[in-house]
Design a protein around this ligand. Structure first.
Ligand SMILES: [Zn+2]
Length: 554
């Protein structure tokens, strides 16, 4: 039997029993082109062309293999070449395309096949052009896949039919070339990989897993960032503590002496006085000055996290303990561990902290053995620990362990002579070229109560430097504040040395303040007449009022 002997009407008919169209003796399903266009559109729309073309090719290949086996069952062809030609005829009979072969060379013994030909009116090219403009690549995937599958079944080795030009590209017809993979020089595994279909549900579940993992990582990283933020690993600029007050000088001399020992130090002072700055000052002058300085804010972490930060934990000792952690006591080595806001440590942790300081060993959360530690401990608090001890909120034994050497940083309002020095220093650090503060701004700073201490001053200077836009800083450049005025307006005399008339005015105001605004009594104390007193007050030029809450009470 030859391919040219095939008769469409013998192959394709109607099953008398069911009324179904049949090919040979198997059921044939007829789809309309329009419906296929919808299918194609939806496939491309949801998967993209690349995946769609792989699915089409695989479908065509499967169809071609089945058809080849069916044809070989139905008829006894003269030669494999005739069978392959029969497959091409089948493409035409089933409406895929009008297929013709130009050349064919076949060697069954060597399993070699090379053939080429053309398709005209391929249903895929027609379908494409009915929906889309001419394309930049061939589209006849089912047609070429069918021929690949058919020839592969005949040759019993993988044959790949490639479309070289396509009608959908604007050519008058499609052309193809078929060869075995060996003759194409292709690696069968590579072809298998390219033509494999990734299952969307599998891909989705893989992506979902990746997403879950990423979310988990992110949550863990966020937790770590939170912890890191509460620690202070940032390098402190190597600056000394700016001061000229006698109280600070005394404090620093003491601090230098105690730095040389390894005694535990308790730094007390209001918030913003620079307790960590002092701790670093001591650390730099201590024996372990080149070793790590680790700081932790004990108020910033919940008790469970605080324990594992300080003492470390063993992998798996609680949810989220993905690996062993050494803890700050161990990490600090022979350096310094700075425990800020130590007064906020919960009671159940106080016993563990006491043990770490007293016995110089720690046990990791979930750990079984004690690890020796050497770090020097500097603790700090803005609370009155002794009062907390009296109230039973802080362990007495821990207090005495910590306060081996207590240091107290005086609040800024008690060392006003440091204010201008500090302010100039902050300004120079932020804006080296800045022309500085006007006398009234200086007075305002020195008069302010500084409840937030040095940190508040630093914020003010930073704010004013911006507001002044490179000009001298005036009182109105400072942030508005409701802070109480100082008790003694003459304090600033030690710094800004005002002219005599201003001095008169300030002193007059002070006396008026003391006499609760009684001018007669004030004049008596000052040894001047009421009219002179009146003149002193009137001469004052109005400021923005912030510095002068002690002002005229007439
Ligand atoms: Zn084509």
């Amino acid at each position: 039997m030859r391919a040219s002997d095939l008769l469409r009407l013998e192959l394709i008919g109607i099953d008398e029993k069911t009324g179904f169209p049949i090919f040979g003796d198997s059921r044939l399903i007829v789809f309309g082109m329009t419906a296929l266009a919808r299918l194609q559109n939806d496939l491309i729309g949801s998967l993209g062309w690349e995946k769609t073309s792989v699915i089409y090719t695989r479908y065509g290949h499967e169809y071609g293999m089945t058809m080849a086996l069916r044809m070989a069952e139905l008829y006894d062809f003269d030669s494999p070449e005739e069978l392959i030609r029969g497959g091409c005829g089948l493409q035409t009979m089933t409406g895929l395309a009008t297929t013709s072969i130009d050349a064919i060379r076949i060697d069954m013994a060597k399993k070699q096949l090379t053939f080429s030909g053309s398709w005209s009116n391929s249903f895929e090219a027609t379908l494409w052009l009915s929906q889309f403009p001419p394309n930049d690549h061939p589209v006849c995937c089912i047609v070429s896949g069918m021929l690949s599958g058919f020839a592969s079944a005949v040759m019993q080795t993988e044959v790949l039919v490639r479309e070289t030009t396509c009608q959908a590209e604007g050519n008058p017809f499609c052309r193809f070339e078929g060869r075995t993979l060996t003759e194409w020089g292709l690696d069968p595994e590579e072809v298998e990989r390219i033509q494999s279909v990734v299952r969307i549900d599998e891909e989705l579940s893989r992506l979902q897993q990746q997403l879950d993992q990423a979310r988990e990582d992110l949550a863990r990283q966020n937790a770590e960032i939170k912890v890191l933020k509460s620690l202070t690993f940032r390098a402190e600029p190597n600056r000394e503590i700016i001061h000229r007050s006698a109280s600070m000088e005394k404090l620093l001399v003491t601090a230098e002496k105690v730095a040389a020992t390894r005694a535990t130090i308790l730094i007390q002072g209001e918030s913003g006085t620079g307790k960590e700055v002092l701790a670093r000052f001591i650390h730099r002058r201590s024996e372990g000055g080149g070793k790590p300085f680790l700081a932790i804010n004990c108020a910033a972490l919940p008790p469970s996290l605080l324990e594992s930060e300080l003492f470390g934990h063993v992998k798996g000792s609680f949810t989220g303990a993905h690996s062993d952690k050494r803890g700050l006591f161990v990490e600090a080595g022979e350096g310094t561990l700075f425990l800020d806001e130590v007064g906020e440590i919960p009671q159940e942790m106080q016993a563990k902290l006491l043990r770490a300081i007293q016995e110089k060993e720690v046990r990791q959360v979930g750990g079984l053995r004690d690890i020796p530690v050497q770090a020097r401990i500097i603790a700090a608090t803005n609370r009155d620990l002794q009062e907390m001890v009296r109230d039973g909120r802080f362990r007495e034994d821990l207090y005495y362990r910590l306060a081996v050497f207590p240091l107290f940083i005086p609040p800024l309002r008690e060392r006003r002579e440091d204010i201008l020095l500090l302010a100039r220093n902050f300004l120079a650090r932020l804006h080296p070229e800045h022309p500085g503060f006007s006398p009234k701004a200086v007075r305002l700073m020195e008069a302010h109560g500084w409840p937030g201490n040095v940190r508040e001053l630093e914020n003010w200077v930073e704010y004013a430097a911006v507001m002044s836009a490179g000009k001298r800083i005036l009182p109105e450049h400072f942030p508005l504040t409701t802070a109480p005025a100082p008790k003694d307006p003459l304090v600033s005399l030690t710094v800004d040395l005002p002219p005599l008339d201003e001095l008169e005015r300030r002193y007059t105001k002070l006396v008026l303040e003391r006499t609760t605004g009684n001018r007669t009594e004030a004049a008596k104390i000052l040894g001047i007449g009421i009219s002179t007193l009146w003149r002193h007050l009137k001469e004052e030029k109005p400021t923005d009022g912030k510095a002068d809450k002690t002002g005229d009470r007439t």
